[in-house]
Design a protein around this ligand. Structure first.
Ligand code: SAH
Length: 222
């Protein structure tokens, strides 16, 4: 029977095969963690973009989601998710920058609890509706300035910041569990480094996962 769902139209552009091909590309870019690749194979990225862009959803590129924001490039989502899982057992992850909800869904395929904050109300509302529709009831969303983290729900074994800033907000580092890991694009627009910071006893270990291009981490709510 022919499906009438608008996202099913598009002559296979949104099919499992396209997704599998994209995941191959993400693996070639260096993402090795099978849990991450399986999650990327499962989450239907075309559901997280506007219908008009659905046929581009399985290209390895960022795409506009309205309000001047973007859904991240799949290879980068893969790299960030892999980094988030790179420490011991991870139960709770905090994401800053829900956007479309795609990264949150990918995380939810890998860990028990996902907490995600967004400062733009319409994006928050849309992601909430979609994630509920898709059955992601272990993802909790908050409309807030995520620079402050979500202290009531922490500490988190992993924190994923999907917007770039000059430095990592102190509040986020404080909400990291012992041995926890935070990943965030740091630096000026056009030359952001994807930084991975691991909490080690009373110190921090930092390494660099490559250059990326993200929208800015902004203060306040709109
Ligand atoms: N993870 C998203 C990517 C969205 S782009 C996805 O998978 O689609 C980054 C998002 O971060 C934007 O939606 C932007 O509004 C949001 N953002 C920027 N600064 C923020 C802040 N201080 N707190 C919460 N969200 C923020």
């Amino acid at each position: 029977m022919q499906s009438r769902h608008p996202h099913s139209i598009g002559l296979g552009m949104t099919s499992e095969r396209n997704r599998a091909r994209l995941v191959e590309r993400v693996a070639e870019s260096g993402v090795r963690d099978e849990r991450v690749l399986t999650a990327l194979r499962k989450v239907q990225r075309h559901r997280f973009v506007d219908e008009a862009l659905a046929n581009m959803a399985y290209r390895d590129t960022a795409l506009p989601i309205g309000h001047g924001q973007t859904i991240s490039q799949p290879a980068v989502v893969g790299r960030m998710t892999e980094a988030a899982l790179s420490v011991g057992p991870v139960k709770r992850v905090l994401e800053v920058g829900t956007g479309s909800g795609y990264q949150a869904a990918v995380l939810a395929e890998c860990v028990d609890e996902v907490y995600s904050t967004e400062r733009i109300r319409p994006l928050h509302d849309r992601a909430r509706k979609l994630l509920r529709q898709l059955g992601y009831n272990r993802v909790r969303l908050q409309y807030s300035d995520g620079s402050w983290g979500w202290p009531q729900m922490g500490p988190f074994e992993a924190i994923v910041v999907t917007a770039g800033g000059d430095s990592v907000p102190e509040a986020l580092l404080e909400q990291l569990a012992p041995e926890g890991v935070l990943v965030m694009p740091v630096g000026a627009a056009g030359q952001q480094r994807l930084v991975r910071i691991e909490r080690r006893g009373d110190g921090w270990r930092e390494d660099m996962l490559g250059m990326v291009s993200f929208v800015p981490l902004l203060g306040g709510k709109v």
